[in-house]
Design a protein around this ligand. Structure first.
Ligand SMILES: [Zn+2]
Length: 474
């Protein structure tokens, strides 16, 4: 009875007793050597299947599942189910307990010791899982072309599974979603091999479009790749609210004269949210962490570790602020009670600030939210409206104050504070927003300081004309 485990250091019949231990599965080395190009565990698993000429399902059913049962006492049937899902690559490579089981079992079977680096597990204790993972499978056409050119298997990069990474830092191209239709067709093949999949994709004819990524997209993706490397060394440290506070206080003092409202305006978020971060009562979401590192010119690890490093101010392109959160997903397939509990938790913790964010966080559409969770939806919509209202008020207030201080600075230097001059000084420090906003700040500053608007002896009409001309130059 004690004999039958195929997984516990048994040598195949006829092998000498002192032969070194053999791995049960081929000990492939994962591709890639840094956060920018490291292979994901889902992709690695696919290549293992290829190497053994087995389907994902039979490899899991006959080898990986039973081994996991024996090693970790987890259900092998559960692992077969994991692998049957369309999103298996993201699941197996993520930061869940399930990904941990896969990494440990495959480590054991291949005699490797670092396959968890092909998952997001090193980030687990460091960053919030809220809006961390990409919902769609994406890829960089340039990377796959390199794979083909260098004659290796087309493989999936771990970086592509992180939603906030919008570009490939190596090729400076936007990541492209895998077309649903094609994926369905290829996943019907019994052998879910990626090399076939990718090859099929090229043979079908329409080569994926190369869309150059913006500097912001490239740079933020590079920061995320860097974090994947750094996290390996300090993942044990875990998330620290104190470190987050220390860093933010440092950044606000250094870059924004100690005024957190300016920092909030710079990032396009509310003062109260920044306040929560600085106090350490709210953990920054991953996209905000990336955005903050970008805007302050530091590494994400610096924020997580509370490093007081040199910083430099870098404004985020304004269209990025809204795009941080997108909607849609597969949550609708999950039990309603689970979704309800998650929604309630999100509302309670204050992490989802409107219906769109909440729907996105639990992976459902706005329509589904409205239909199935009317109470939560109503609350979120009302709350979202109030919040965006107060956000707008705060932003205007901050903008007006900054406008006024530049206006005063010019006057102190003996220079007439024309709108053009003030605006030139504001550029890069804060988003200028709509023309109307500048105009109101402009008029406000003159009203507060009692300076006469040049060219307006008395009539408002003259002032208006003057503004119009200057406004066009702004
Ligand atoms: Zn690439």
């Amino acid at each position: 009875m004690a004999m039958t485990s195929p997984f516990r250091g048994r040598l195949p019949g006829g092998w000498p007793e002192d032969a070194p231990p053999r791995s049960i599965l081929a000990s492939l080395a994962p591709y890639g050597c840094s956060g920018e190009d490291r292979e994901s565990l889902g992709s690695y698993l696919n290549r293992l299947c290829d190497a053994h000429d087995m389907t994902r399902w039979s490899l899991t059913n006959t080898i990986v599942g039973p081994a996991a049962e024996e090693l970790l006492h987890v259900s092998g049937a559960r692992m077969s189910r994991d692998i049957g899902r369309a999103a298996y690559n993201l699941n197996v490579s993520s930061l869940t307990e399930q990904a941990n089981h896969w990494a440990q079992t495959l480590n054991y079977l291949t005699h490797r010791n670092n396959l968890q680096l092909c998952t997001l597990l090193p980030l687990k204790s460091l960053v919030s899982e809220f809006v961390l993972l990409s919902e769609k499978e994406r890829f960089c056409p340039g990377c796959h072309e390199d794979d083909a050119r260098l004659d290796r298997d087309c493989y999936e990069r771990l970086l592509w599974s992180i939603d906030a990474a919008k570009a490939c830092p190596l090729h400076q191209l936007q990541l492209v979603s895998r077309p649903q239709a094609k994926r369905r067709r290829t996943s019907k093949r019994e052998n879910g091999s990626l090399s076939h999949q990718a090859a099929a994709q090229y043979k079908i004819g329409d080569a994926p479009v190369h869309i150059p990524a913006s500097d912001f997209e490239v740079e933020t993706s590079r920061l995320i790749a860097e974090l994947l490397d750094d996290a390996v060394y300090f993942s044990n440290a875990g998330y620290s609210a104190t470190a987050q506070s220390v860093f933010l206080t440092h950044a606000i003092n250094l870059l924004f004269d100690g005024r957190s409202a300016r920092f909030a305006a710079h990032l396009g978020i509310s003062k109260s949210q920044v306040h929560g971060w600085v106090k350490g009562s709210v953990q920054m979401s991953f996209p905000r962490l990336v955005q903050t590192a970008y805007c302050c010119g530091c590494a994400i690890a610096d924020i997580l570790l509370g490093n007081s490093v040199m910083l430099s101010l870098r404004p985020a392109p304004s269209e990025q602020r809204r795009r941080l959160i997108q909607r849609g997903g597969t949550g609708a397939r999950r039990p309603k009670e689970d979704l309800r509990a998650e929604l309630d938790a999100l509302i309670r913790s204050g992490r989802a600030i409107n219906a769109t964010e909440a729907a996105r966080a639990v992976g459902i559409s706005l329509k589904y939210l409205k239909k199935n969770f009317p109470e939560q939806q109503e609350f979120l919509v009302r709350h979202g409206r109030e919040l965006s209202e107060s956000l707008r008020r705060e932003a205007t207030e901050t903008f007006n104050n900054m406008y006024l201080s530049e206006h005063n600075a010019l006057r102190a230097a003996g220079v007439y504070p024309s709108r053009r001059r003030v605006v030139a000084r504001l550029r890069g420090k804060i988003g200028l927003g709509a023309r109307q906003r500048v105009q109101e700040a402009y008029l406000g500053a003159f009203a507060v300081t009692g300076v006469k608007i040049a060219g307006s002896s008395r009539g408002r009409m003259t002032a208006r004309l003057d503004l119009g001309r200057e406004g066009r130059g702004v």
